[in-house]
Design a binder for this molecule. Structure first.
Ligand code: NAD
Ligand code: UFG
Length: 339
């Protein structure tokens, strides 16, 4: 049973591939390295000591992707490949709609042609817009405020329509909250190019002195300490959710939607203080204006995934902070040894 993983060299994809290989599943990865590096392939091999197939292709190219379907007996697809920076999507809407929608449409078309019926999709808590109450469950109203979020919501609707038209097509839509942390080996993790947009990668760069201080976007929200609250989830727990979701659609067909979050909300300063404490490092910060488009609080009700997938989170905020730092330190020592 071959599993095709699109975007399998990226942050969440690489951790999921490790989980799949550790569980003795057969994997074929496709990625165009638009936001990842070929080194990830070696790291996955080193961590798992397992083999897998890899194709460097852009999955918006139907002819290239068809080769993968022809050469492999694919049974299921986990679709991570996408552009994912919210701010950039506002600047470059066409690139975001083109890449995220075309890649998915091409993939779904080839799945139909090659009779592949199982699909796991990376969606996001961003589809809940600004929730009126908390915690957020899967039945909350959906809305988006930027092209990235809109691309996710459009794809969710496409998948619902396909399932309505074809009762043999099985889909798990997974709405991730805020993935952070890294593999325990320190070999794979999140290492964005340039100045990070997201909180944890920004903190890790401050912790190694690559950036002088953290800008905390607002301390006048209606939260415990005035800073924004989010549901941070360890990427290893998130990765494990994908295996459970695959098993779920194999055993009970149709379309399912799950929140993947811990159910706990932590503020920006909770994260800063925990990171400082567990890693014994200083994180200087300045309070600045709120960031446009941010909401005060966002955290999941993960009950449905806990019950129906028999899935729950093993790692806490301290693990997330420790593992992010270990990966960052490891990335520096690798860069130095290459120089
Ligand atoms: P990532 O950028 O690290 O990984 C995406 C991978 O897809 C990259 O390796 C990139 O090179 C590849 N890719 C992009 N377009 C491609 C194309 N056309 N053809 C082939 N490869 C392509 O991102 P991630 O954080 O691992 O996110 C994975 C998925 O989860 C994305 O769909 C993202 O929107 C979603 N998601 C991420 C977060 C988050 O905070 N990281 C939150 C919610 C949802
Ligand atoms: N923050 C700062 N300083 C920074 C970066 C972030 O104070 O330098 C704050 C934000 O204001 C927010 C919190 O840290 O309160 C988290 O911000 P992130 O940018 O890390 O994450 P978001 O919740 O804004 O968005 C992320 C992804 C989206 C995804 C969403 C829900 O970027 O793609 O989580 O999963 F949709």
């Amino acid at each position: 049973m071959m599993i095709l993983v699109t975007g399998g060299c990226g942050y969440i994809g690489s951790h999921t591939v490790v989980e799949l290989l550790d569980d003795n599943r057969d994997v074929v990865i496709v990625d165009n390295f638009s936001n990842s590096s070929p080194n990830v392939l070696d790291s996955i091999k080193e961590i798992t000591d397992k083999d897998f197939r890899f194709y460097k292709i852009d999955i918006t190219n139907e002819n290239d992707l068809e080769v993968v379907f022809k050469e492999n007996k694919i049974n299921s697809v986990i679709h991570f490949a996408a552009l994912k920076a919210v701010g950039e999507s506002v600047e470059k809407p066409l690139e975001y709609y083109y890449n995220n929608l075309n890649s998915t449409l091409v993939l779904l078309k080839l799945m139909k042609k090659y009779n592949v019926k199982n699909f796991v999709f990376s969606s996001s808590a961003t589809v809940y817009g600004s929730p009126k109450t908390l915690p957020i469950n899967e039945d909350f109203p959906l809305s988006t405020t930027n092209p990235y979020g809109a691309s996710k919501l459009i794809i969710e609707n496409i998948l619902k329509d396909i399932c309505k038209a074809d009762s043999s097509f099985n889909v798990a839509i997974l709405r991730y909250f805020n993935p952070v942390g890294a593999h325990k080996s320190g070999l794979i993790g999140e290492n964005p190019n340039g100045i990070p947009n997201n909180l944890m990668p920004y903190i890790t760069k401050v912790s190694i002195g690559e950036l002088p201080f953290l800008n905390v976007y607002g301390n006048d929200y209606d939260t415990n300490d005035g800073t924004g609250v989010r549901d941070y989830i360890h990427v290893l727990d998130l990765a494990n959710g994908h295996l459970k979701a695959l098993d779920k659609i194999h055993t009970s067909p149709g379309l399912v939607i799950y929140n993947l979050g811990t159910g706990n909300g932590y503020s920006v300063l909770d994260l800063v203080n925990t990171y400082s404490k567990v890693n014994n490092v200083d994180i200087p910060y300045k309070i600045v204006e709120r960031r446009a488009g941010d909401i005060a609080k966002c955290f999941a009700d993960p009950t449905k995934a806990n019950k129906e997938l028999n899935w729950s989170c093993k790692y806490n905020l301290e693990d997330m902070c420790k593992d992010s730092y270990t990966f960052q330190l490891n990335s520096i020592s690798n860069a130095l040894s290459v120089d």
